[in-house]
Design a protein around this ligand. Sequence first.
Ligand code: 13P
Ligand code: SF4
Length: 312
Amino acid sequence: MALNMNDIQQEILRLKKEKDICILAHSYQGHEIIETSDFTGDSYKLSVDATKVTSKNIVFCGVHFMAETAKMLSPEKNVYLANPAAGCPMAEQMDPEMICEIKKREPDRKVVAYINTTAALKTVCDVCVTSSSAVKIVSAMPEKKLLFIPDCNLGSFVQKACPDKDIMLLNGGCPVHAAVLPEEVAEAKAVHPNALVLVHPECRPAISEQADYVGSTTGIINYAVKSDAKEFIIGTEMSIAEHLQYECPDKKFYVLSKKIMCPNMKLTTLMDLYNICRAIGTDEAKLNEIVMDSELIAKARVCIDEMLRLGG
Ligand code: 13P
Ligand code: SF4
């Protein structure tokens, strides 16, 4: 007999119990994945959640650097990425050699890395931040001179919020959020004049400046849920507008731009999640397993621990 989506979700729930699996899913995942997960949220929340997992196995639905972060925070657990092809292009934009060269020229700058970076790059950075914790962490740092990598849009958002800091930026960023053009805000407002504009700080500064609220995935969700307003234009990955529509059926959500769809976040399907849950305990699961050298974990974890200390 053919399985429907609900049957597959039920099978995943059964396999979770049978094999002692905890599922972490970033909010950019599809609704059917979010429904079967134990922890969901933005990058910061999922990092904190990863430290609380008691199961032997973690399956991450998101992109590679997120599963790598979960592995670093729970090295004794088996961590699997539901779709091993899901990577974040921003995480690969800069390499450790390039940052070490800048550090030689600017030795008094502390390096702040957006969590969307590889573990190898994290080893040469001083502290990690996420979109929801960046302003808090940078404000709490005693140093004034910083190098913020890789996202220059998030970096300039932090610079505006922390005018006493001298933040050097490089030319990196999220290709999905950066593809949205400032004029698309006026176009969306013309169609939905009563809607509030909520955007992610990975968008260009000319977009953030026009928004009613700028914040992380979780920040946008919380703002929309608590707001008395009834209509919202959502300037982050389009799945957030969908999740909000499920959560607030009496409100209306519109996507700021049709371009704001992350193909990497969309790679993971419910079938991928089902297949990895089935494979755990067999050689087949090795394809999805995050394997990291203990020396790399020890070096890269320093700036993640610093993030949790300053952002907590
Ligand atoms: P947050 O999870 O911090 O909102 O970041 C969004 C993102 O682009 C993750 O890749
Ligand atoms: Fe990377 Fe941007 Fe996709 Fe997030 S939305 S995973 S930053 S490409």
